[in-house]
Design a protein around this ligand. Structure first.
Ligand SMILES: [Zn+2]
Length: 277
């Protein structure tokens, strides 16, 4: 997809990888109803399209990247990301990225923060970038007992090296990033999860992080997947963000919805719908 403009901010969706989602694993309690509503989009195995999309922003003379996908490491159970190729195809050198915003610290949002050299040593993939991370998120995930768990190896590989190199800026809550970009507190998926708000020259957008994983949640905001750390809070946050997007006419930019995940949330006859761009 080509870039889109939000006032004076350019947003470029960059695919890390397409994903196929099995509703019976994703939302086992609601899978039958899910497939009744979205079966027309499923493949012959009943799998639905999702994505891991990252977003390059050009704002106020700087280049920023929102989330860094799954990364280039081979990991059992995960596809290998190809954000490096998507950046190259867009003519972006990793050294061009000055700021990385990680919406949260899950494995599919910090992957390309670092890459491994031949000796298996991690190095920061964006040699000049600073990484802006929410304090609340940091305090939750970067506890020593968490870092020791095998399921959190991605934190050791993709986040600890940033700290070692002094590249991390911790911020709290709804801080502005620049004159057009601000964090929007959207807790529930993880404790310190944030969306990224863009407002410039009368136009607005919201890059939602993992506040929603699929448009089925427009009608069922309470359908929280098991990996939401607080499913009640994430449902409230999701509903509030849908309503904010409608009320403020924000372009909706969703990294896990089918690529590129860009459009508008509208209400027609009392129901919310996604109009893909
Ligand atoms: Zn995610």
């Amino acid at each position: 997809m080509k870039s889109l403009r939000i006032g004076n901010v350019e947003v470029l969706p960059l695919l890390d990888t397409a994903l196929l989602m099995n509703p019976r694993q994703f939302l086992p309690e609601h899978a039958d109803q899910f497939l009744a509503e979205y079966g027309h989009e499923a493949d012959s195995r009943g799998l639905l399209p999702m994505a891991v999309t990252c977003f390059l922003l050009r704002s106020a003379g700087k280049t920023l990247l929102v989330d860094t996908g799954l990364g280039g490491r081979r990991r059992p159970g995960f596809p290998q990301g190809r954000l490096d190729q998507s950046l190259a195809e867009a003519g972006v050198d990793p050294a061009d990225v000055e700021t990385v915003l990680n919406t949260h610290l899950h494995i599919d949002h910090v992957g390309w923060n670092t890459v491994e050299d031949e000796a298996g040593k991690s190095r920061v993939f964006f040699p000049k970038a600073r990484f802006v991370i929410q304090q609340r998120e940091w305090e939750h995930w970067m506890r020593p007992q968490f870092l020791d768990e095998p399921g959190n190896a991605h934190l050791v590989q993709c986040v600890v090296p940033l700290e070692r190199e002094g590249r991390v800026d911790l911020v709290s809550g709804e801080q502005p990033v620049d004159e057009h970009i601000t964090f929007i507190a959207t807790p529930g998926h993880t404790p310190g999860h944030v969306a990224i708000g863009v407002a410039s020259a009368g136009e607005r957008a919201v890059i939602i992080g993992d506040a929603s994983h699929h448009p089925v949640q427009l009608a069922h905001p309470d359908w929280s997947p098991a990996f939401d750390s607080d499913p009640v809070q994430s449902a409230q946050t999701r509903d509030r963000l849908f309503e904010m997007a409608i009320a403020e006419e924000r372009i909706w930019i969703a990294g896990h919805w089918a690529h590129p995940g860009v459009g508008r949330i509208v209400r027609l006859e009392g129901k919310r719908f996604f109009q893909a761009r």
